[in-house]
Design a binder for this molecule. Structure first.
Ligand SMILES: [Zn+2]
Length: 111
């Protein structure tokens, strides 16, 4: 039996390079989603273009999550699971920088 090593927390007390790079990544993804939403906006209605509408809905959901992640950076809680308060693995944050739950919580949760 081997246990997985506990992920090391991100140092959020300083504006370190790692945190800065996550912030840049989040801001970049935010811009991309906002551009997408603006582009699809004229036809993003279920009765006009269902694909554009559902793409817009999921992009707006991600925008909300990204804004929440940026607030967590400001608050110094970025990289901490919102459910169990354990550190979120950096590998997960590199793929989904706006993730607010760790892998185990995400796997057994509904969020
Ligand atoms: Zn958790």
């Amino acid at each position: 039996m081997s246990t997985l090593p506990s992920p090391s927390p991100i140092d959020v007390t300083n504006n370190n390079d790692e945190l800065t790079s996550f912030r840049r990544q989040l801001e970049e993804q935010l811009r991309e989603r906002e551009e997408l939403v603006a582009e699809l906006h004229p036809r993003a209605a279920p009765h006009i273009d269902l694909v554009a509408w559902s793409t817009t809905q999921s992009a707006l959901q991600v925008v909300t999550q990204i804004n929440a992640a940026l607030l967590r950076i400001e608050a110094g809680t970025f990289g901490t699971c919102s459910r169990c308060a354990r550190p979120i693995a950096k590998a997960r944050l590199k793929i989904i920088p706006y993730a607010d739950t760790c892998v185990p919580c995400h796997a057994d949760g509904t969020s």
